[in-house]
Design a protein around this ligand. Structure first.
Ligand SMILES: [Fe+2]
Length: 292
């Protein structure tokens, strides 16, 4: 079975591009690509790819597309056949936008919960090396992809089954606490590129919970924390460290309502020796919920 290799890009609809820009470019030192029109998406890069995040001006806020990557046309064809084998229709696309040529070839479809997915190969890289322009020394991406994301599923078991058996993810572990059930998946060394949670804490299936960007070290996380909290960016969860991936992080409430996690030190999985386990709490310490 073919498997996706990494998380390539995330696109969101948003009502508040200026605040996203203030946080990502102004505080984290990511780079905004030139825009020609106000109706264009704001494209953000934080490594050598042309962009990792796209924010489309919209009347509402939410996930527009999660894009996974494979490395070859053959793998894309296999993934497409696996998705179609699960009874889900796929659409084929050539090279993205005619001007930007963001990738070589991709498919789009919806997962069983209705989240919009793409799988692509041949993403476009920028010939200029990325240089962070702020307090963060750099971001952990490369073969491990842009970071991770967490979504809420109404049919939790069905969604877990789809990502394992149709897209070829591997199990990392489980966390079970206070009525919440979470399954963590990896598709490369990053402890998880995806987690799926049941409906819990008032969250409904189809909700986008958060995405995470990993910075180089603890000083980066700490400085980002200081800058954001002092600049009036609201926190969802305070500084803390996760049980399963050992990441030290904090969560802001993004301008789109869902959370964004900034952290460092996530463990890298070696499949030869990895054991799937269950944790009974998401944090070793900290990560206190901040009441808005
Ligand atoms: Fe996370």
């Amino acid at each position: 079975m073919a498997a996706v290799a990494r998380l390539g890009a995330l696109a969101f609809n948003t009502t508040n591009i200026p605040e996203w820009r203030r946080i990502l470019v102004g505080m984290l030192g990511m780079e905004e690509r030139p825009r020609t029109a106000e109706t264009d998406p704001m494209l953000i890069r934080y490594d050598d790819l042309e962009y990792r995040l796209a924010f489309h001006p919209s009347e509402d806020d939410g996930l527009r597309l999660m894009t996974w990557e494979v490395d070859t046309p053959e793998e894309l064809r296999e993934i497409a056949a696996q998705v179609e084998g699960a009874g889900i229709a796929v659409e084929w696309h050539e090279h993205g936008d005619n001007d930007t040529r963001d990738w070589t070839e991709s498919i789009t479809f919806k997962d069983p919960q209705g989240f919009p997915l793409a799988v692509r190969y041949g993403a476009t890289w920028d010939h200029n090396e990325f240089r962070p322009s702020g307090i963060v020394s750099g971001f952990v991406t490369g073969d491990m992809g842009l970071g991770h994301l967490v979504v809420i599923a109404e049919d939790y078991k069905g969604m877990v089954d789809f990502y394992l058996n149709v897209l070829g993810f591997k199990l990392s572990d489980y966390i079970v606490w206070d009525g919440a059930d979470a399954t963590f998946f990896h598709c490369n060394g990053r402890h998880h590129s995806l987690a799926i949670m049941n409906e819990c804490f008032g969250q409904k299936g189809g909700q986008f919970n958060h995405f995470m960007v990993e910075v180089n070290d603890l000083d980066d996380t700490g400085r980002a924390y200081d800058l954001m909290t002092r600049s009036g960016v609201p926190l969802t969860m305070d500084f803390g460290r996760h049980t399963n991936d050992a990441m030290t992080s904090f969560y802001i409430t993004s301008p789109s309502g869902f959370a964004m996690e900034v952290g460092n030190g996530g463990i890298v999985i070696d499949d030869e020796v990895w054991e799937v386990k269950t944790w009974r709490a998401p944090m070793r310490w900290g990560h206190e919920l901040v009441k808005g």
